[in-house]
Ligand binder design. Structure first.
Ligand code: ADP
Ligand code: TYD
Length: 212
């Protein structure tokens, strides 16, 4: 049995996370892994409530949003139906589109970063990703891709905010460099070139632990 991994994709909106999640899942499947793909905000009740806020259908204060993400993440990990911990226990390699680094980057313009990290330590202590993959694009490219892909924009999807969030990502990746394994990959290349880069790094990171 191959060792299963937990991998989190990170990046600002439109950075290509969903695209790369699928490409990596395909490669891992060919390599013999059973792969489970998931995302945050989750598809469960707390995640759905967060999506209501992001779309503007429901109003909530930024502090409430930060707390909802803490709760959604714990439910995402711990729920008995399809919780991440259960999936890992069953032998799946789990890939999530966003995890706690998203909260550190997106909520820290509004909240004390230390509070966010402490509140998420419940999740971090339960499960730290074997690898975080940060896909880097500029806020300008993000806005272009969002505009091309849809007619509406969500909370946080302004140029100024995305510039700030990108800066926060780099700040927290530096702050947590001893705790968090992060691969930063240039998102301005073709999806295939990015996927190859990620695959090369995953092989390099895990080849000593297990044959991929
Ligand atoms: P995210 O999940 O981070 O929001 P997506 O994978 O949904 O990102 O990609 C956002 C948009 O950008 C989509 O329209 C997608 O087709 C496009 N896209 C994804 N990867 C790339 C890339 N490497 N170069 C150019 N466009 C891309
Ligand atoms: P997502 O659906 O991944 O958006 P996208 O595909 O455009 O990247 O995430 C929705 C929004 O939720 C996104 O703007 C980032 C935000 N978010 C937070 O603010 N904090 C968090 O902890 C998470 C997981 C997401």
């Amino acid at each position: 049995m191959k060792k299963n991994f937990f991998i989190a994709f990170e990046g600002i909106d439109g950075s290509g996370k969903s695209t790369q999640v699928k490409l990596l899942a395909d490669k891992l499947t060919v390599a013999g892994h059973q792969v489970y793909i998931t995302c945050e905000p989750s598809e469960r009740p707390i995640g759905k409530m967060i999506r209501e806020v992001f779309s503007g259908r429901m109003e909530a204060d930024h502090r409430t949003i930060a707390a909802l993400f803490v709760a959604d993440r714990l439910d995402h990990l711990l729920n008995k139906t399809d919780g991440i911990l259960k999936k890992l226990e069953k032998g799946y390699t789990v890939i999530t589109d966003r995890y706690y680094l998203s909260s550190y980057a997106y909520q820290s313009p509004y909240m004390d970063l230390k509070w966010i990290i402490d509140a998420n330590s419940l999740s971090a202590n339960l499960l730290r990703p074997d690898l975080n993959i940060y896909i880097d694009i500029s806020a300008e490219v993000s806005i272009e891709r969002i505009k091309k892909g849809r007619s509406t924009t969500e909370l946080y999807e302004t140029l100024e905010n995305l510039q700030q969030v990108r800066g926060k990502y780099f700040e927290v990746m530096d702050l947590l460099k001893d705790e968090e394994k992060v691969l930063v990959t240039d998102g301005n290349r073709s999806p295939e070139a990015i996927a190859d880069d990620i695959w090369k790094n995953i092989s390099a990171a895990f080849i000593t632990e297990t044959a991929l």
